[in-house]
Design a protein around this ligand. Structure first.
Ligand code: ZN
Ligand code: ZN
Length: 72
């Protein structure tokens, strides 16, 4: 089982409950952020956007980077 990377940075020894979708590091529930990303299926020009966004679990660091990038 992987340790939570962000807890490790804070000197806490805690098991991760998942992995960051983007950087792949282990994260516990406290350090997990849920992002809802729009999903497209199929290949161009026949792709369509799914009505429901796909929840992705990412670490705080990646969430901050993604939010900064998309709203900058
Ligand atoms: Zn943690
Ligand atoms: Zn990450």
């Amino acid at each position: 089982m992987m340790k939570c990377y962000d807890c490790m940075n804070e000197g806490v020894d805690k098991e991760s409950t998942g992995t960051c979708t983007f950087c792949g590091k282990g994260i516990c529930s406290t350090h997990t952020k849920k992002l809802e990303l729009p999903v497209s299926v199929g290949t161009y020009p026949n792709f369509k956007r799914l009505p429901e966004p796909l929840p992705k679990f990412v670490c705080n660091e990646c969430a901050d980077n993604i939010i900064t990038d998309s709203f900058d």
